[in-house]
Write a protein that binds this ligand. Structure first.
Ligand code: 0RQ
Length: 496
């Protein structure tokens, strides 16, 4: 092999304060693990010596404890985008130690290429293999690495023996032309392959290889609780009703599903919905549930950016690689989440809300309007462009002290114009063709927890105009929780 073998510490020594790193992968899948940990250790040493040391990091989406977690604990992250979900980075973001700007997943690569975010000093790539010509076989997630590697001044490969070489052929690497020369992305069905199985980089930029055997370590989901199961069943019931009424064509349409416990429950809900024919997915992540759906012949094909599956599920895929080979394509984020393709294919989008308001606006990111939870991820890419855009969540959080249905969301990620259907364990509110008051009635009666329905009805009666808000009372439920720890104590009577 022409490239020198380096230790993670040797690579970390080459990285300077304020350098910008581009990491391969999407979620924990295919993200580097060793250089980032060594970099975190270096940052701690530098800080102990009284010197500043932070790096800027661009990724596909959330990473994992070895990257975001370690760097955040060492307070070594300056700029960071897009999606994240590690508790330590969340704390750094909310205390302003890390400067996180939350972009739509599909937009980061082109924004980088447009030059709006500066250059990339190092691309760090988790890979199954690399040859002397710079031909790289990636791991279980692609993310933004094609653009990051193209832009990077230097490239380091984490050559990971835990990735089966058999993964070669799963990837579909494609970088679109940029305006004014952009053409259509030629995907007309989820299984259309448009790119290369290999990531090709300039070999002269590869400064070395770090040997790794660390698995992605995707966390197991908590057992599905009763609430999640009911949400999953309600989503499946809604899709069946649409299918029966002809609202969804007889061939069915590709599905997208977000991340998290609720998204996982929704997919399990579809396992038993046998009235729906076997379907395809055009999505950004496939979780363990999709592997089961494929084995039960419920899911025929998935175009995705990552296989965000547990190590056990990944081993299972490797052990049965020929079964999965023609069922999965791993694409860059700007293709997996491409608005043009989503609209062309008629993707049915299923994403998760933290809270929704009675008029149909959705907050997916900010707890009580101020604290960043994770980020918008790809939910906006899909929601705005979907054939039907569904948001689901439990009707209450924190043991019932917070209602997820509120008069006005305290932060807007998805406006009423992008949200077609809201689903909780209580039921389904189909908002299409309804004016604001009709939407509010559907959401309150079908989705809000019964404890909160009377106060939400009272709020609706207070207001005037097409969207009858009462601005001085719009955040009363949030303020009551902040002051007294329980939204049940909200008194809209005092605003009469
Ligand atoms: O907090 O863990 O402290 O109890 O939020 O809530 O119900 O476990 O839901 O795991 O599905 O995550 C929106 C965060 C949901 C996720 C979100 C608290 C609740 C709990 C998690 P605890 P659950 P999930 C794909 C597409 C981003 C948008 C998206 C997400 C914690 O799905 O990040 O879909 N989505 N992107 O107690 C205060 C409320 C709350 C609340 C829940 N109203 N107020 N706290 N919680 N509702 C992403 C990618 O592109 C990769």
């Amino acid at each position: 092999m022409a490239f020198p073998v380096l230790t993670p510490q040797e690579v970390a020594e080459l990285i300077k304060d304020q350098d910008t790193l581009g990491l391969s992968g999407f979620t924990a899948s295919g993200t580097p693990k060793l250089v980032t940990e060594a970099l975190a250790a270096k940052a701690e040493r530098e800080h102990a010596a009284g010197r500043p040391f932070k790096v800027n990091v661009y990724t596909g989406a959330s990473t994992q404890e070895h990257a975001d977690g370690a760097l955040a604990r060492a307070n070594a992250l300056d700029r960071r985008s897009p999606y994240q979900n590690t508790p330590d980075l969340r704390k750094r973001i909310n205390s302003h130690d890390a400067h996180y700007f939350d972009m739509h997943i599909s937009e980061l690569a082109q924004t980088l290429r447009y030059g709006e975010l500066g250059g990339i000093d190092f691309a760090i790539i988790d890979a199954a293999s690399v040859d002397d010509k710079g031909n790289i076989v990636l791991g279980s997630g692609v993310g933004n690495i094609p653009t990051l590697a193209r832009m990077a001044k230097k490239i380091v490969i984490e050559l990971n023996s835990s990735i089966s070489p058999e993964i070669e052929g799963f990837h579909d690497i494609y970088i679109p032309l940029d305006p004014p020369y952009r053409r259509e992305i030629p995907i007309y069905k989820p299984s259309d392959r448009i790119g290369d199985t290999i990531l090709r980089v300039d070999p002269s930029k590869i400064i070395g290889i770090v040997k790794s055997d660390v698995t992605d370590g995707v966390k197991k989901f908590s057992e599905l609780d009763d609430i999640s199961k009911r949400i999953g069943a309600n989503v499946a019931g809604f899709l069946i009703s649409q299918y029966r009424s002809g609202g969804i064509p007889k061939e069915f349409l590709p599905l997208q599903s977000g991340v998290g416990n609720v998204a996982n429950a929704v997919l399990f809900g579809l396992a038993d919905a046998t009235e729906i024919p076997p379907f395809e997915m055009y999505t950004e992540v496939i979780q363990d549930a999709v592997i089961h759906l494929m084995e039960r012949e419920r899911c025929k094909f998935a175009s995705t950016c990552a296989m965000t599956i547990t190590d056990d599920a990944m081993r299972h895929v490797y052990d049965n690689i020929e079964f999965f080979r023609n069922k999965v394509l791993l694409r860059p984020s700007e293709i997996s989440n491409n608005p043009e393709v989503i609209r062309r294919l008629g993707v049915i989008a299923m994403n998760t809300a933290l809270e929704a308001d009675i008029f149909g606006n959705v907050n997916s990111t900010h707890v009580l309007g101020t604290k960043m939870m994770n980020g918008i991820g790809g939910s906006g890419d899909f929601a705005r462009n979907a054939y039907i855009s569904i948001f689901s969540c439990p009707s209450v959080a924190k043991g019932g002290l917070i209602s997820a249905i509120v008069p006005m969301v305290a932060h807007v990620d998805h406006s009423e114009h992008s949200v077609d259907v809201i689903i909780t364990e209580q039921g389904v509110a189909d908002l299409r063709g309804k004016d604001p008051v009709q939407r509010a009635e559907a959401i309150i009666e079908n989705c809000a927890h019964p404890d909160y329905r009377p106060m939400l009805r009272e709020y609706l009666r207070l207001g005037m105009g097409q969207t009858p808000h009462t601005l001085r009372a719009a955040f009363a439920m949030h303020e009551t929780f902040n002051a007294q720890g329980d939204m049940h104590l909200t008194d809209f009577g005092k605003y009469l």
